[in-house]
Design a protein around this ligand. Structure first.
Ligand code: IVH
Length: 706
């Protein structure tokens, strides 16, 4: 770019900003971009360059502020001016009927106009604009106070930092949803898997995970988008109806739903819900339901709110989609604790927005109970759009070629005879040196939830173990250029994995210039992980039942691994007062004690220390214990029926995410975790409208520790 005078630069900057804003509008509001992404990026780059050259001309309002910025230290909290309530949810049409009848009773002899909108499956957000300028963006949090994610939301191109037009309210809280477009989800997951990181199970988690990134530059790359469907506090303008409010938001330059549906009668409402159920698949975002709202604000004021949700709206959720496909084979996966899990290999089938080729079958009992055979036609479902599960077998489609499945008597990886722990359904490989167990332990150790070693993913770990270069997690730190010399060769011949290693890990460079970049980056990432906070190390050790939540609490309480190593049961369980976690049970404390008693484990820890892994780094960012900060903190649970592990273990896992376990189902029960044969508790929960979860759904809530 030629050197410009300040006044020339000012003119050019202004022109560029206007041009870019116009392209943003065409791209997001009209969905009709008139230039290519590359050309758009070039304009943005020019503007950025000028703003760097002439810092005095930079401005908060510039479109360059939408992309990236300095990493955040932590999220501050913001109190919503008007609480962000949630909606009553239902899967049943009859509840919509009851809702509609209720409207009629509370608004007798009135014409009731309703609007029906897609329920976007993302993260609820509240933006505050003062005199048209974006002041902050906050997540819902507990409804009263949310996280300040302004920096991250500023990276979303469609969210204006300044509202357009006239008649802008002095102050307005705009409410909506941040989502990850379906198209972006697939690529993001491909990139994450290829980088050895865990993919997100669904678009909602991907959006939430992206929004919680501390580095806005990463958020900018994710491609989040937003849609707005309501307001909180509004000062200086008043609308009569939802439709008017949405039109106004749209005129300010905020993205809103392209269309919504109107209905005046119950029949119309139900018809619209069905219509939306079909067209929703063509939306760029994932939807999990339809929201039915009363259009008139005057009527809304009469209907008002119940304690936790408005009486003027309800969310109807579409049932998880099912699909039929052939189960080709049942394979065995060996987990890091040695548990053998049967997994169904399916003929790939498209369901709820993605292609499914595998589904977990949990254990042999479930296979026997559902009489699942290799070669069967099965019905699969993505419960909560997360883990695909085999619901039932289409026995009427059986020929005679289906094969009955038998759990193997020996581990498929190391051929050690399997054992069955008393009282447990699970079958496990008892060999602590089993290569399959080792691979899973290494994957867990390096994962995002634990030591977060970028680039150390499944493909490389498989090779490291198969080539006998690594025999324990501590051996990762003994890797060097020599041992990894095969790596660049392998990667050069494998394009898909190759590009991953071009990432810059911002770590100290420890190798000379001739080292191939792939090896260099991996060794840098490993080196960097030695300084990870203690909770990551505790989590990475893979102590049974100790996931992220417990690891954070333990690290905070013990401060160093050496103290945790010698902790006694009384202290772990908090019996000596002020223990690490209220509610840590005997099983978890026993498992921690056993872990550190084991000779192999002691050697590994010694070795980790010798290699320079730090045992006492604290994470300043984590203030709360994960259990009290968990979104399930304060929830009340009841367990019923047969599950894959003993009740006490499950109860401990519930406590680890901040829940409380009760014996009887009542009005205050948040979740009923129901295994096979739920009995009277299940009946009662259904009667009281308590949310019932199956084990797969529960495992998803638990996250990677389960
Ligand atoms: S209206 C007073 N409209 O669903 C609550 N919510 O289950 C007003 N959501 O927290 C919410 N799409 O995050 C509304 N078109 C839509 C929505 C929507 C998604 C989310 C929102 C809310 C949750 C309630």
């Amino acid at each position: 770019m030629p050197q410009l005078s300040q006044s020339e630069a000012a003119a050019r900057i202004q022109a560029l900003r206007r041009e870019i804003e116009e392209h943003n509008r065409r791209y997001h509001q009209e969905a009709r971009p008139t230039i290519s992404d590359q050309d758009y990026d070039a304009l943005l780059r020019d503007l950025k360059e000028l703003e760097t050259q002439f810092p005095e001309l930079a401005s908060e309002d510039s479109p360059t502020r939408h992309v990236g910025g300095a990493p955040l230290e932590e999220f501050a909290h913001i109190r919503h001016r008007q609480p962000m309530l949630s909606l009553d949810n239902t899967y049943e049409e009859k509840d919509v009927t009851t809702f509609f009848a209720g409207l009629g009773k509370l608004l007798p002899n009135q014409k009731i106009e309703t609007v029906i909108e897609p329920k976007v499956d993302g993260v609820a957000i509240s933006l505050l604009y003062e005199n048209g300028e974006l002041r902050y963006a906050a997540t819902r949090g507990d409804g009263t106070t949310g996280d300040d994610v302004t920096q991250n939301v500023r990276t979303i191109r469609s969210v204006p930092v300044k509202l357009h037009g006239t008649d802008i309210p002095m102050l307005i809280e705009v409410r909506g949803e941040i989502y990850l477009p379906k198209a972006k989800f697939a690529t993001l997951n491909e990139e994450l898997s290829a980088a050895g990181e865990r993919p997100f199970p669904n678009t909602r988690n991907a959006a939430a995970g992206s929004l919680k990134q501390l580095d806005p530059a990463i958020v900018a790359q994710r491609g989040l988008d937003a849609v707005f469907y309501g307001t909180g506090v509004v000062e200086g303008v008043r609308w009569q109806t939802h439709e008017q409010a949405i039109d106004a938001l749209s005129s300010y330059g905020l993205p809103v739903h392209e269309r919504f549906w109107h209905a005046q009668t119950l029949d119309e409402v139900l018809q619209r819900i069905h219509e939306l159920g079909v067209v929703r698949h063509s939306f760029p975002f994932e939807t999990d339901g339809a929201v039915i709202k009363v259009d008139s604000f005057e009527q809304r004021d009469i209907l008002w709110f119940s304690s936790k949700a408005p009486r003027w709206a309800i969310a109807y959720k579409y049932k998880p989609e099912q699909a039929e496909t052939r189960l080709n084979k049942i394979v065995i996966q060996v987990g890091r604790t040695g548990v053998l899990t049967p997994v169904a290999e399916l003929e790939p089938v498209f369901v709820s927005g993605s292609t499914v080729a595998r589904a977990t079958l949990h254990n042999a009992e479930q296979i026997a109970e559902k009489d699942i055979r290799e070669g069967d036609w099965v019905v699969i479902e993505k419960a909560g759009e997360v883990i695909p599960a085999v619901v039932r077998v289409r026995k009427e489609r059986r020929t005679s070629g289906e094969r009955v499945f038998k759990m193997p008597d020996e581990c498929p990886a190391c051929h050690t005879p399997v054992v069955r722990d008393p009282g447990m359904v699970a079958v496990r490989c008892p060999n602590v040196l089993c290569p399959a167990r080792l691979k899973r332990s290494l994957e867990h150790f390096a994962s995002r939830e634990a030591m977060d070693i970028e680039g150390l993913g499944e493909a490389i770990i498989d090779q490291l173990v198969d080539r006998k270069l690594v025999h324990s997690i501590a051996d990762i730190y003994k890797l060097n250029v020599d041992k990894l010399s095969w790596l660049s060769h392998t990667l050069d011949s494998d394009e898909k994995h190759h590009y991953l290693f071009d990432v810059d890990v911002h770590a100290p460079r420890i190798l000379d210039k001739k080292t191939p970049k792939s090896i260099k980056n991996l060794l840098d990432a490993i080196e960097k992980s030695k300084f990870q906070p203690l909770w990551r190390l505790i989590c990475g050790l893979g102590i049974e039942h100790v996931g992220k939540a417990y690891a954070i609490a333990l690290a905070k309480y013990f401060q160093t691994l050496d103290k945790l190593k010698v902790a006694k049961a009384e202290e772990l369980q908090g019996l000596l007062g002020g223990g690490p976690i209220v509610g840590i049970g005997a099983n978890v404390s026993e498992s921690i004690i056993q872990y550190f008693k084991n000779e192999e484990n002691r050697k590994i820890i010694q070795s980790l220390g010798k290699e320079g892994v730090k045992f006492g780094v604290q994470d300043e960012r984590i203030e709360l214990s994960a259990a009290t900060g968990s979104k399930y903190a304060g929830t009340t649970w009841v367990i019923t029926g047969t599950l894959s592990e003993p009740r006490e273990i499950i109860a401990d896992q519930i406590r680890s995410i901040g829940g409380k376990v009760n014996q009887t189902v009542g009005k205050t029960t948040t979740f009923l975790l129901a295994g096979e044969k739920g009995g009277s508790k299940l009946e009662k929960a259904k009667r009281l409208g308590v949310r019932v979860l199956n084990e797969a759904q529960f495992r998803t809530m638990l996250g990677p520790q389960g």
